[in-house]
Design a protein around this ligand. Structure first.
Ligand code: 1HN
Length: 361
């Protein structure tokens, strides 16, 4: 009897307990308000949001169809010149991150168009850029004074703090996907930039193909010491990439990736740039991948073929030049129709050097 009396609260007791809890809550709220004026806040109210069991992100899966983006870019071409715009780009904003110029939490993506005869003036910035050429033939990007003529599917890099400009001497529009580490650099408060007119010594002219000759042909300049963690090779031609994929496709496919390669810095074997990894993968007709997820939110672009993507309870089919996003830790499945080639990029190099990157097959 006495046991029952002490352990089971009667109606009066529970009302007292509720009053006490309410009093506690309101005392805490008063306390929080008081310390707030002094720029202090209690960790215990948000610890569970800060240290989650698995990644929790505002980044959502997303899919942009090329036909729609292409039509809007054409309209933009009537509204503004490349010179006026500096860069005529439509930013692909993640629907969960609107207003932040972010395609994933750490990365930026945009579709850039340069019309015949236009130039996009030289500048440099601490943000690193990559390009995947989607449409057109023969326009150029110049990096550190070296021109690269671009073809569809080519992967072109503009490492941090390298001078770069674009020009279109062909007779058709040139369109490419830009990937930059803009949100990451913003998070680190490390944005610096310069325009060519502010520069006293313009970068020296180099012959087209200079970097491929020096670094991309199983040769290196004698006494070469990498001056930066970025690849000295600026262009990875699709013609060669596709030949590699088709050659390895004679072997066994990886259950989650099909035939997947990463673009490499030929000097170090590392990533082309320290903040962004870039990848190319081939899925044979009808290939269905096993479920896969990793902690690096990833932007994909379809180069050839067609892929049906299942993730987060949704499903969509991406066709050539479409762009889509797989958020961090979102398990996804791909099914290919026709020989399908997917380009992708992510912040995996950053996560790896910080010891953060995880995957689950
Ligand atoms: C940039 O420099 C380019 O050089 C494209 O083509 C997009 C987005 C944000 C910041 C710099 C380019 C950019 C960018």
């Amino acid at each position: 009897m006495s046991d029952l009396n002490t352990s089971a609260a009667g109606p009066a007791d529970s009302a007292d307990a509720a009053d006490a809890a309410e009093k506690r809550r309101s005392e805490r709220q008063i306390f929080y308000k008081k310390i707030d004026q002094y720029n202090l806040t209690p960790l215990w109210e948000q610890l569970h949001n800060l240290v989650t069991k698995t990644p929790v992100s505002d980044c959502r899966h997303a899919h942009w169809e090329y036909g729609k983006m292409r039509a809007y870019l054409a309209e933009a071409g009537d509204l503004i010149t490349a010179e006026e715009a500096i860069r005529r780009v439509l930013v692909l904003e993640n629907p969960g991150l609107r207003g932040k110029a972010a395609v994933t939490t750490s990365l930026y993506a945009g579709l850039q168009m340069i019309l015949p005869g236009e130039i996009a003036p030289p500048h440099r910035h601490t943000q690193a850029a990559l390009r995947l050429v989607l449409e057109g033939e023969g326009a150029y990007t110049s990096v550190e004074g070296e021109k690269t003529i671009m073809h569809r599917g080519d992967f072109v890099t503009t490492p941090s703090w390298t001078w770069h400009e674009h020009g279109n001497e062909s007779d058709a529009p040139m369109i490419w996907l830009d990937g930059l580490d803009v949100p990451l650099v913003a998070m680190l408060d490390a944005s610096f930039s310069e325009h060519a007119h502010e520069q006293k010594t313009p970068s020296a002219f180099k012959a087209a193909g200079d970097s491929k000759a020096r670094f991309g042909s199983n040769l290196l300049p004698v006494d070469w010491v990498p001056p930066s963690p970025s690849s000295p090779l600026f262009c990875y031609p699709y013609k060669e990439t596709l030949a590699s994929l088709r050659t390895i496709a004679a072997g066994e496919a990886d259950a989650c990736h099909g035939y997947k390669l990463r673009y490499a810095n030929p000097v170090t074997g590392g990533y082309p740039m320290p903040t962004m990894g870039a990848y190319i993968q081939l899925l044979t007709d009808g290939f269905a991948t096993a479920g896969y997820r990793c902690s690096a939110g990833t932007v994909f672009a379809v180069i050839d073929g067609e892929v049906t993507v299942e993730l987060e309870g949704a499903s969509f089919t991406a066709r050539p030049n479409d762009v889509f996003v797989v958020p961090s830790w979102a398990r996804h499945w791909f099914t290919a129709r026709g020989e399908t080639v997917l380009f992708s990029f992510s912040d995996r190099p950053v996560q790896e050097v910080l010891g953060l990157w995880r995957e689950q097959r």
